[in-house]
Design a protein around this ligand. Structure first.
Ligand code: GUN
Length: 304
């Protein structure tokens, strides 16, 4: 058996089209399109690529993009002051501070400065608490994208067993809570968990988000399971020439493909969903702040 490939690019394109339609309707009804401010501090190459992608996708969806690029040595207080200005700016609906920040800046302090109403990454304590409590709020983008892919692949998720590997603030923890909100039975596993392979083999949906290339082997996977690989790891690829690299996920793809029912490739699986979910959050943030009716086809999980 060979697993079905989950086409994240196609799913993301569909979600982006719905977001663009919603943004167009809002602009026609209310005289302005939703606006996203992106803050990038320093010149981390991967972050440059991600931010360029976010800016381009925002514009392509008919929304307004404000870009703030600050030099790597910018003091923390200046980043916090910029966030405070963006919080107060009525023309800005969403604020994204690209992570990681340079090491002299405490990410927690910058995140704490974000207005929860504009926190389109869902990283503030307020939005984390809302998610944990099953109340409405802005949800982290990558795990929200995972839920969309799982729903499109499997339909109703109620009662399914989910194993999430990795307990990061950006992906693992919120993924566990988002699948719980779908009435799944969730195991949140991490580097100290005992017998990871056995935990994974129980799962109808396996979400790998640890940042370790090829950690999840074929025999960790329940036959027929849906595998969502969030890992984006750059590894040497001497077969492509000296000094060349390639991107791989946290799942040993060829092994997993032979066992799983469906699997996301890396790249082209979960990755594209992150930006689509970010655009969706920007529209939802604009609606919540302005008191506009949120487009029904952009709603996320049902309220608990
Ligand atoms: N760095 C890698 N992924 C993300 C993300 O989803 N949001 C932010 N702010 N930074 C990131």
């Amino acid at each position: 058996m060979t697993a079905r490939l989950i086409d994240g690019k196609a799913s993301a394109a569909r979600l982006r089209a719905r977001v663009a339609a919603a943004a167009g309707r809002l602009a026609a009804e209310h005289g302005r399109a939703p606006a996203l401010a992106v803050v990038l501090v320093g010149d981390d190459p991967a972050s440059q690529v991600y931010v360029a992608g976010k800016v381009k996708a925002t514009r392509e969806a008919g929304m307004i993009s404000h870009e703030h690029r600050l030099p790597a040595h910018t003091p923390e207080a200046e980043v916090v002051a910029l966030v405070a200005r963006l919080n107060a700016d009525p023309a800005v609906d969403g604020i994204l501070v690209q992570l990681p920040l340079p090491s002299h800046i405490e990410a927690d302090r910058v995140i704490a400065a974000l207005s929860p109403a504009k926190d389109v990454d869902g990283l503030t304590t307020e939005n984390q608490g809302r998610l944990a409590g099953g109340r409405p709020g802005l949800r982290p983008c990558t795990p929200a994208g995972c839920v969309v892919l799982a729903r499109e692949t499997l339909g109703r998720l109620q009662g399914l067993r989910v194993a999430v590997l990795g307990r990061s603030l950006l992906v693992g923890r919120p993924a566990a809570l988002l699948f719980l909100a779908e009435d799944c039975t969730v195991t949140l596993a991490h580097s100290r968990s005992r017998d990871l392979p056995a935990l994974c083999r129980e799962a109808d949906i396996l979400v790998a988000a640890v940042g370790r290339p090829g950690l999840v082997r074929g025999d960790w996977i329940k036959p027929g399971a849906c595998v969502l690989d969030v890992g984006i790891n750059r590894v040497p690829a001497p077969e492509r020439g000296e000094g060349k690299t390639r991107l791989v996920g946290d799942v040993a793809f060829e092994e997993a493909e032979a066992v799983a029912g469906a699997i996301t490739p890396v790249p082209g699986g979960v990755g594209p969903m992150t930006i689509a979910a970010l655009l969706r959050n920007t529209v939802l943030a604009a609606c919540a702040r302005e008191g506009w009716a949120p487009p029904a086809d952009l709603e996320t999980e049902p309220a608990a």
